[in-house]
Design a protein around this ligand. Structure first.
Ligand code: ZN
Length: 343
C-alpha cells in the first residue's frame, strides 16, 4: 500500500501532463500518455519508444473495456505514423500487464517480458478460483487477519484473473537486450523489490531512466511479500536496488509508471531509504509480540478497502521479515499465525 513520502525537494521534469487521449514527448524517441484506472492510484503512465521498425509500447493497463476504449484513442495516432513493433511488459502487476493479450491481438505485435515476471504472471493466471483463494486464505490466516476478511477473500477466487486477460506467447527479454531507437540506445535492467524481476530501461548517454514502478516520485513503491511466499525478505532486495541507483544524480531524468517524472534518482533513493528506515523503527519500538495484522494497523492508520488490505498487509509483512533478517525480531508460529517478538 503505497503512501506519500517526502517529495518536496524533487524537481519535476518540465513537460506537461498529457490530457485524455493526448501524447506528450519526453524525449525525441519517447512518447508519454496516461490512462485512467479504477483504484485509489487512479491512473497509469504508458509510453511508446520510436524505433525504425515501429513503436515499442511500454505497458498496457488492466484488462477492461475502459482501458480498451482509451487505447481506441491512442492507437490510431501511433499507427497513423508507423506500426506497433512490440509490446514491452515491465512486470506482472495487473495495471501493467492486464491488457497485453488484447493489445497484441489488436496490433499483431509480439509481447516482450522478462523471465521472472513472465513466470509470476503465468502462475497467477493458471490458478483456478479455488486454488488461488486457498493460497490467499492460508496467507491471510498466517497474517492474523480477521476471520471475516479471510472468508470474503476466499469468495473472490482468482482476483488476478479479474484484472488480467489471456496472455499469449511472449518473447523473453534477456539482460543483454538493447533497444535501438531513432535517437538512442536503451539498455534493460532487472530489479527485485516492488516485483521480483521488474524491467527498467535506461539510456546512459542521454541520462534517461524509465524506472516505471521502482523509483516513483510522489508515493513510495509498494514493497510487498507475495501471497505464496510470505516469509521472503523483499525489503532487503529493495534496499539493494536503492543503493544501486545512488549514482543516478541530478543529471538524470527519472520517468515513472505513475504520477510525474523528475530529476535526480539519487535524491529520491535517499528519501525512500529514510522512509523504510522509519517504518522499520515504528515496528521495532512496539516491544511486544505482533502479528502481520497488528503491524499493518501500526503502519497504515486509515480505513482500508479489501483491495488495499492486500497491499497493506503484504507490505507490513515485508517490513517484519526484514526486521527478522536484521536480528531485531524473531518469528514463531502460534496456531497457524506468524508472531514476531523482540529478539
Ligand atoms: Zn507495480
Amino acid at each position: 500500500m503505497p503512501v506519500p513520502a517526502d517529495t518536496a525537494t524533487l524537481q519535476k521534469l518540465n513537460v506537461p501532463t498529457p490530457g485524455d487521449g493526448e501524447m506528450v514527448s519526453i524525449a525525441d524517441d519517447l512518447l508519454w500518455f496516461r490512462f485512467h484506472l479504477p483504484f485509489r492510484l487512479n491512473h497509469i503512465n504508458l509510453f511508446a519508444l520510436d524505433t525504425d521498425q515501429g513503436w515499442m509500447l511500454i505497458d498496457c493497463g488492466i484488462n477492461s473495456d475502459d482501458i480498451g476504449a482509451q487505447w481506441d484513442v491512442i492507437l490510431p495516432q501511433l499507427e497513423g505514423r508507423k506500426p506497433v513493433a512490440g509490446i514491452i511488459v515491465t512486470h506482472h502487476h495487473a495495471d501493467h500487464i492486464g491488457y497485453a493479450g488484447a493489445l497484441a491481438a489488436r496490433t499483431g505485435a509480439p509481447i516482450h517480458i522478462g523471465d521472472v515476471e513472465h513466470s509470476m504472471a503465468r502462475w497467477a493466471l493458471s490458478q483456478s478460483e479455488d486454488s488461488f483463494a486457498a493460497v490467499a486464505a492460508a496467507t491471510y490466516a498466517n497474517f492474523g487477519l480477521p476471520e471475516a476478511l479471510v472468508t470474503r477473500t476466499t469468495s473472490v477466487g482468482n482476483y488476478y484473473r479479474k484484472l488480467v486477460g489471456d496472455f499469449p506467447e511472449a518473447r523473453i527479454i534477456t539482460p543483454d537486450t538493447v533497444i535501438e531507437t531513432v535517437s538512442g540506445n536503451w539498455k534493460v535492467r532487472f530489479d527485485a523489490g516492488h516485483a521480483p524481476g521488474h524491467l527498467g530501461l535506461y539510456d546512459e548517454v542521454r541520462r534517461l531512466y524509465i524506472a516505471v514502478d521502482f523509483l516513483l516520485g510522489r508515493i513510495s513503491p509498494n514493497i510487498s511479500v507475495s501471497l505464496r511466499d510470505p516469509d521472503r525478505d523483499v525489503l532487503a532486495q529493495y534496499y539493494e536496488y536503492l543503493t544501486s541507483v545512488a549514482n543516478l544524480g541530478a543529471d538524470w531524468q527519472i520517468i515513472c509508471g505513475h504520477d510525474w517524472h523528475y530529476h535526480d534518482g539519487a535524491a529520491r533513493a535517499a528519501q525512500l531509504v529514510a522512509h523504510h528506515d522509519k517504518r522499520l523503527d515504528e515496528l521495532r519500538v512496539i516491544g511486544t509480540p505482533q502479528t502481520t495484522s497488528d503491524a499493518m494497523n501500526t503502519l497504515f492508520r486509515m480505513e482500508l478497502t479489501d483491495h488495499e488490505i492486500f497491499f497493506a498487509s503484504c507490505e507490513a509483512r515485508a517490513h517484519l521479515n526484514h526486521l527478522v533478517s536484521r536480528g531485531d525480531l524473531v518469528r514463531d508460529m502460534q496456531d497457524g499465525v506468524a508472531v514476531f517478538s523482540p529478539a
